[in-house]
Write a protein that binds this ligand. Structure first.
Ligand code: UDP
Length: 342
């Protein structure tokens, strides 16, 4: 009979969306180099296309793809399906440890499914908080709940550790590790790729916007601000890789398609996106990961949100919150564009 001490320890890493692939990529690569571990990569397929694109950028492929997405399903439906499917995956994979990153429904369901099977769960990028349950939604509470189900917390910063301690998490279970997104950036920087689009001016503004709370009027204001900016300053151009979510794509196309010096492109692979960030003059984004990557590449980042769970870069002055507000965006970009010390 197999003895539990003889077999390799099984670590199941769960991913569901593009940022999880980017941040788990370097971790999976390193775990696979470690002796005595069998590392299995499970995908919920929450954002399948973008996820698979990002995984392949790290030379990775899911060992098991649960293919959970259905058109138009509610948050409750996707959570329920993820929980059931992950429970079945854990029953067959028999993990000794489950690891997942961030704040998605995939992470929440992974933490709960692991807990039900009494398998320790490790939470990567633990302890980030805005303190507002609806900003970002549902990610803020996903991260809180996953954190309280986790046995081991990998906090990126001392501030994130403090947030966990304040919620009663035992200090001994928290490890301040830094941010694996920066490891990913270093891996990509070691393999430079050409910029995926030809720049129309020297001052290219790179834009990403896809958060649920930006849908509707906020996204319309962001698009209007981009039009104002390029209309008022011929030195400015925009490159906007548009998220495939129809709520984003339809709004962005309606406001910006065909406008001069505004390029709408499909999402690009991670190395291509790093090349775009490097080529940019500044970055406008509502993305969590891009907020961290921009400053690491020396680029100013204006965040299209009113709150952030990543206050460290704001305190350091490399990131500024402008919100999804037309006037504030235009003013902030124009003041940077006229700053000789930029
Ligand atoms: N990214 C990418 N291609 C793109 C846009 C973004 O590879 O066209 C990367 C980006 O570098 C970052 C991650 O995707 O690592 C951010 O993903 P997203 O904005 O979807 O999620 P968030 O960071 O907000 O959770």
């Amino acid at each position: 009979m197999e003895d539990a001490t003889d077999r390799e320890r099984v670590v199941v890493c769960v991913v569901g969306t593009r940022p999880e692939a980017v941040k788990m990529g370097p971790i999976v690569i390193r775990l696979r180099e470690a002796a005595g571990l069998s590392v299995r990569l499970v995908s919920t397929g929450q954002h399948r296309e973008l996820l698979n694109q990002a995984l392949s950028d790290f030379g990775l492929e899911a060992d098991l793809d649960l293919g959970l997405m259905r058109p138009g399903q509610s948050l409750a439906e996707v959570t329920a399906r993820a929980l059931t499917a992950l429970d079945a995956a854990f029953a067959s994979e028999r993990p000794d440890f489950v690891l997942a990153q961030g704040d998605t429904t995939t992470v929440l369901a992974s933490a709960l499914a692991a807990y039900y099977r009494q398998v320790p769960f490790g939470h990567v990028e633990a302890g980030l908080r805005t303190g507002n349950p609806y900003r970002p939604f549902p990610e803020e509470k996903n991260r809180v709940v996953a954190g309280h189900l986790a046995e081991v917390h990998f906090a990126p910063t001392p501030q994130a550790r403090l947030n966990l301690l304040r919620e009663g998490i035992a200090g001994a279970s928290i490890h301040v590790t830094g941010n694996p997104g920066i490891d990913a950036l270093r891996l990509a920087a070691g393999r430079p790729v050409a910029c995926p689009v030809e720049l129309e001016t020297d001052r290219m503004i790179l834009v990403t916007a896809h958060r649920r709370e930006s849908f509707g009027e906020p996204l319309a204001e962001v698009c209007q601000a981009l039009r104002d900016l390029v209309d008022r300053d011929p030195r400015l151009s925009v490159v906007f890789p548009v998220h495939p979510n129809p709520a984003v794509r339809e709004a962005v196309e309606a406001h910006l398609r065909g406008r001069p010096r505004i390029r709408l492109i499909d999402p690009v692979g991670y190395p291509g996106f790093v090349a775009l960030m490097k080529a940019s003059f500044l970055i406008l984004t509502d993305s969590g990961g891009v907020q961290e990557e921009g400053p690491s590449l020396g680029k100013p980042v204006l965040v299209l949100r009113d709150e952030t769970e990543r206050p460290e870069a704001v305190a350091a002055g490399t990131v500024r919150l402008v919100g999804p507000h037309r006037g504030a965006i235009v003013e902030a970009v124009e003041s940077l564009a006229s700053d000789p010390d930029l």
